[in-house]
Design a protein around this ligand. Structure first.
Ligand code: GLP
Length: 242
């Protein structure tokens, strides 16, 4: 695992956007796995700026989703499908045909999970998967004690994650769904390159456990230690307990 300490979130976003741009220059139809949350936004802004400036042609890039809430009505602005379309797909000048994600409104949720795992494999696998990290060390929505071999499946959110994510639902925890679909840790580990960005002091404990702790399901992000090509980019605040 490579750990890169950057001065701030903007520098982290720029560094990772350049890595993504370099990948797309090498492989124009690369499958880019993206994450939601506030942390990766500087990456998407920097990458879209490179596309607008003509530094990279992303017209053939493909975007796939890491996780999704279950049960939000189609088109809900906080469904991760809506978020990824709004924050990544559209700013890169792509349309929905470039996008893949699990169907969080499917009646057969387990079937939707299995279909998504198959679709990722049939698409040739994820070239670069971006990850954020929860304050409890979760990646995607793989909460602590998720199996390190898990596949895409339905999970129940912890109270802590629902509290953390209430800010996207007018601060009202009752609006935060209890259930989600997430790529499993085993699924995530199949991506060719994993890039985790963590910024701010609130992530410092989770980052220290991820990078320096034992590989353990209680810290799902520690599974990155098992991956042959994992990069952890942290700002100085998030690195403060390393
Ligand atoms: C959610 C997402 C994760 C994300 C995490 C942290 O739980 N499912 O993919 O990493 O939030 O979000 P933030 O970057 O806003 O702290």
């Amino acid at each position: 695992m490579e750990v890169v300490i950057v001065p701030d979130a903007k520098a982290g976003g720029e560094l990772i956007a350049e890595a993504m741009a370099a990948l797309v220059r090498r492989k124009p139809d690369a499958l880019l796995g993206v994450a939601t949350g506030s942390t990766p936004l500087p990456i998407y802004e920097a990458l879209a700026a490179k596309v607008r400036a003509g530094e990279v042609d992303a017209a053939r890039a493909r975007i796939c989703q890491l996780d999704e809430y279950v049960g939000l009505p189609a088109g809900h602005p906080e469904s991760y499908r809506s978020v990824v379309l709004r924050e990544v797909v559209e700013p890169l000048g792509l349309d929905e045909s470039a996008f893949m994600g699990p169907d969080g409104s499917a009646e057969d949720v387990q079937g939707a999970c299995e279909a998504y795992d198959r679709a990722l494999a049939e698409a040739g696998g994820v070239d670069l998967q971006l990850l954020g990290i929860g304050t409890d060390g979760h990646i995607g929505f793989n909460e602590p004690c998720s199996s390190l071999a898990s596949r895409t499946r339905i999970k129940t959110l912890t109270e802590q994650t629902r509290v953390d994510n209430a800010r996207f639902f007018e601060g009202d925890i009752d609006q935060v769904p209890h259930h989600v679909i997430t790529q499993g840790i085993g699924t995530i580990l199949e991506a060719r390159h994993l890039v985790l960005l963590a910024t701010g002091e609130g992530k410092a404990d989770a980052v220290a456990a991820t990078v320096e702790g034992p590989v353990a399901s209680v810290v799902p992000a520690s599974a990155l230690q098992l991956h042959p090509h994992a990069t952890v980019v942290v700002d100085e605040a998030a690195a403060s307990k390393l």
